[in-house]
Structure formats: structure tokens, C-alpha cells
Design a protein around this ligand. Structure first.
Ligand SMILES: [Zn+2]
Length: 275
């Protein structure tokens, strides 16, 4: 089984059947599906409720499709949006820090509110292709250390923070060490790494080797994903990523058991869902 932890949607018509058949052709059984992003740059505003309803339609009635609400945690109504999303059946949140640091004081209480509901957050990290907007510095892995102080949060950094993959692995080491330490001064936030590209192929095997074989306790915290869009799921692209990654895992002598964790078991734990 494989679950793609990173699928976008564009607000509008929902074609779940076509999406599912494309997923199947790529050998993928399910995914985390993000709602349309909040409007930030003057585009037409779609209400939170409409964006939630739209993503719920994409995932409706399917055991392995998990709806995430794409929230702006700096927005004035963010706390209410968390409550609304959770009450409507949203299973987690997607955040892109395009105009603020992860440590923005408006956002920090929103992360804690999400964690208190037992729901996870998947953050973009790394370079961000958002036109003329200068956003790289908001998305460097160490900027996410602020999450050490969020109790019981489960969060993932996407794209292994390309091109700051070494820094991402080091930040993972810190979170994992703090979590395992226990006691009063330890963090209870748990970090996951979403390995969807991100890394161009020429860097990718090297990145996977360092991610998986540095010696950190990582095998339960890596999530596999493609970063495509449900409206037009890139079957060929998804297959290409899978074939590349699967061969890299074999070359690195990653066991079948660990591969299964990366392909679906870890994402279910991230979601708080049992098999
Ligand atoms: Zn994405």
C-alpha cells in the first residue's frame, strides 16, 4: 500500500472518480488532500467554509483520503477556522509561511490550538516558488524550532526543506533527541519529514542516503509524497518518483519493513489513524 502525503486541490469542480483512477494507475491507494490555499495576494476570496466543503467533497466516502484545511495562521479568524474545520471533519492542517516566520506571535497560539485537538500540521519548508514574493528565509528549517514549545504537536516539514536538506535532517535530530529525552525540559512535539520533491533527481539519492543512514532514529518519521494536484493528478510523474525512490531504497538496503513505514504506516501515525 502507498499513501501520497501531499496532494493539492484547486477550488472548483470535484472529479473524485477520475482522481481515484489516476491514483490507482500510479499504484497509490490514498492521500492527504489539501484544500485550496487562502487568498493572500489580492486574489478573489473564497470563504473558509467553502474551501473546507470543497476538500471534503474530494475525500468523501473514501477510507484512505484525508482532508486537510490550508490555513493562514496569522489571519484574524484563524482560531475560529481551526474550530470550524475540526467540527466539519478536517483531519489536519496545511500551512505555507509565505509572508511570515513560523515563529510569528500571531501563529504560535494557533499551532497549540491545533495540537490540543490532536490534529497534525504539514508545513511547506524550503525554497518556495511564489513569483515575485521573497519567502526563502521564512522557510528555513531552523525557523521551525519554535515548534519545540508546542505541546503534543505532530508536524511535518515538506520537501526535506530543499535546498536546506542537511539543516532539515539536523533539526529533525534535535526534535527527536528532545522528544526521547523525556522530563521537564523535553519537547513533546514530534517532527516528521515529507520527502516529496523538493530535491531535483540529481540530488535526491544523496539526500535519501543522508536522511535514512545518518544514524538518527528516523524510520518512523518519514512520509512519502509526490506534490501533485487532485484536479489533474500526475500519474506518470508519481510513477517516476516512486520508481526512483524505490530503487534508491533498495540500493541503500532499506528493508521491506521500513519501506512500508515510509509508504503508508508513518503517515497513518502522523494522522492519528490506526491501520
Ligand atoms: Zn505542495
Amino acid at each position: 500500500m502507498r499513501i501520497d502525503c501531499h496532494v493539492h486541490t484547486t477550488y472548483g469542480e470535484v472529479t473524485q472518480e477520475t482522481f481515484l483512477s489516476r491514483l490507482n494507475q500510479a499504484g497509490v491507494d490514498g492521500g492527504i488532500i489539501f484544500s485550496q490555499s487562502p487568498s493572500r495576494f489580492g486574489g478573489s476570496e473564497i470563504s473558509p467554509k467553502e474551501r473546507i466543503e470543497n476538500v471534503l467533497e474530494w475525500t468523501k466516502g473514501h477510507k484512505w483520503l484525508f482532508p486537510f484545511y490550508f490555513i493562514d495562521p496569522t489571519g484574524e479568524t484563524a482560531m475560529d477556522e481551526v474550530d470550524l474545520a475540526a467540527s466539519m471533519g478536517i483531519k489536519g492542517f496545511k500551512i505555507i509561511c509565505s509572508t511570515h516566520y513560523p515563529s510569528d506571535p500571531r501563529a504560535v497560539p494557533v499551532y497549540q490550538h491545533i495540537a490540543n485537538k490532536g490534529l497534525p500540521i504539514l508545513f511547506h519548508s524550503g525554497i518556495l516558488y511564489d513569483g515575485k514574493n521573497a519567502s526563502g528565509n521564512y522557510n528555513k528549517p531552523t525557523e521551525f524550532e519554535v515548534l519545540l514549545s508546542i505541546d503534543n504537536l505532530r508536524f511535518a516539514l515538506a520537501h526535506v526543506s530543499w535546498p536546506w536538506t542537511d539543516e532539515c535532517i539536523a533539526v529533525y535530530g534535535k526534535f527527536n533527541n528532545s522528544l526521547k529525552k523525556g522530563g521537564d525540559r523535553a519537547a513533546t512535539a514530534e517532527m516528521f519529514i515529507d520527502i516529496c520533491p523538493g530535491t531535483p533527481f540529481i540530488y535526491r539519492k544523496d539526500m535519501l542516503e543522508k536522511l535514512l543512514l545518518t544514524g538518527y532514529d528516523i524510520e518512523d518519521n518519514v512520509l512519502w509524497g509526490v506534490d501533485s494536484n487532485a484536479n489533474d493528478y500526475g500519474t506518470d510523474y508519481a510513477l517516476r518518483i516512486f520508481e526512483f525512490d524505490d530503487k534508491a531504497f533498495d540500493d541503500l538496503q532499506i528493508s521491506r519493513e521500513v519501506k512500508n513505514k515510509i509508504y503508508y504506516e508513518n503517515v497513518l501515525r502522523f494522522l492519528g489513524v490506526s491501520k
